[in-house]
Design a protein around this ligand. Structure first.
Ligand SMILES: Cc1cc2nc3c(=O)[nH]c(=O)nc-3n(C[C@H](O)[C@H](O)[C@H](O)COP(=O)(O)OP(=O)(O)OC[C@H]3O[C@@H](n4cnc5c(N)ncnc54)[C@H](O)[C@@H]3O)c2cc1C
Length: 311
């Protein structure tokens, strides 16, 4: 996760992706056990082997089946420092070749990339956690970037976190996130559906990708394309102008249709509103299962549907 504001329960109800997802997948796929209070008021312990249906329902369940009150999530040891590289490319194909290479060879511990629409550049943000030192020559060997900067930080957990001003309530924040097949990477970074007039200049917008490794036993209600490796794609903007924000929100709905045509599934990270047919398209065969879970775990409809199609 690259924000400090979201809660553990809220993130597990959506999915949870960040710069380490290219190696570790989504946060929901790293959960060992949950304690959940269902709609009937029962507190139930669930895991892959115990009350597995509830475990599958609440992970990515958008708060529709129960309240997660405790979570056991796998942890790993982090390095004591992190070096963050910003590799700048003007040639998108050269970037894509390098991105595929570093996702595969695992030389970095953190990865994401961002297209800067107004300047025609693409930035790979790559981090290495370390205890003693990092050899820049080894880290960047064979890569074809046009320019690179780096900085070191000691607070590894918070190093990639977005600044709080980006989320100020004084501004409008049109945003959407999707999961797409990895094969769409070159189309996504070129973003033929956006013009420099659609979104404000960086840092007031972020349009980019996070590679995401598939999990063997993925949470079934976090809808995503098939494949060992997928990518997220996000368009986020910070706008003071209400009319511009309204226009962009409409444009994001149109872009959703284009991306779904490329095999995308929406990441339900907030305010995704589909009509009934849209939800059927989104959930596919899982919709019937989710409705069954809703009847089982929230028979009296205690949890607000919030536009979701499970009731
Ligand atoms: C500014 C911003 C930046 C974000 N950046 C990222 C990011 O980097 N990576 C990423 O993966 N996602 C990101 N998200 C999406 C975020 O993970 C989801 O919106 C998440 O659901 C927010 O959690 P919350 O604690 O704010 O929950 P809320 O917004 O309060 O609730 C969101 C949903 O989760 C449910 N919920 C909340 N708590 C629980 C609980 N304890 N048990 C069961 N259901 C619960 C609610 O019912 C609701 O449906 C971002 C969101 C925002 C607003």
């Amino acid at each position: 996760m690259d924000i400090g504001e979201a809660t553990v329960g809220g993130t597990l109800s959506a999915g949870g992706l960040g710069t380490a997802s290219f190696r570790h997948g989504l946060q929901v796929d790293q959960v060992e056990r949950l304690d959940v209070v269902t709609g009937t008021g029962e507190r139930v312990v669930c895991s892959r082997s115990r009350n597995a249906a509830l475990f599958d329902a609440v992970r990515g369940g958008q708060g529709q089946f129960g309240v997660i009150v405790e979570a056991w999530i796998r942890l790993r040891r982090a390095g004591s420092r992190i070096r963050q590289y910003q590799l700048l490319y003007r040639d998108f194909d050269r970037f894509a070749d390098d991105f595929e290479r570093v996702v595969g060879d695992g030389r970095f511990d953190h990865l994401k990339a961002e297209t800067r629409l107004h300047t025609g550049k693409i930035i790979m943000a790559a981090g290495i956690e370390y205890d003693d030192d990092v050899d820049d020559g080894d880290a960047l060997r064979g890569l074809g970037h046009d320019d690179v900067t780096s900085n070191d930080a000691v607070d590894v957990g918070r190093a990639g976190i977005y600044p709080a001003w980006g989320f100020s309530r004084r501004n409008h924040h049109p945003w959407r996130d999707w999961f797409l097949p990895w094969s769409t990477l070159r189309t996504l970074i070129a973003q033929p559906w956006l013009t420099p007039r659609s979104v404000p200049r960086a840092p007031f917008s972020w349009t980019g990708v996070y590679p995401i490794r598939a999990a063997p036993e993925a949470a079934p209600l976090v809808m995503r394309p098939q494949g060992n490796l997928i990518t997220s794609y996000s368009i986020l903007a910070v706008l003071g102008d209400h009319d511009w924000a309204t226009r962009l929100t409409g444009r994001l709905r149109e872009i959703d249709r284009t991306l779904v045509g490329l095999g995308a599934k929406s990441y339900l990270s907030g305010h995704v509103a589909y009509a009934h047919g849209g939800w059927e398209e989104h959930y596919g065969d899982q919709l019937a299962l989710a409705k069954q879970w809703k009847r089982e775990f929230d028979p009296n409809g205690v949890f607000e549907p919030n536009g979701l199609p499970f009731g």
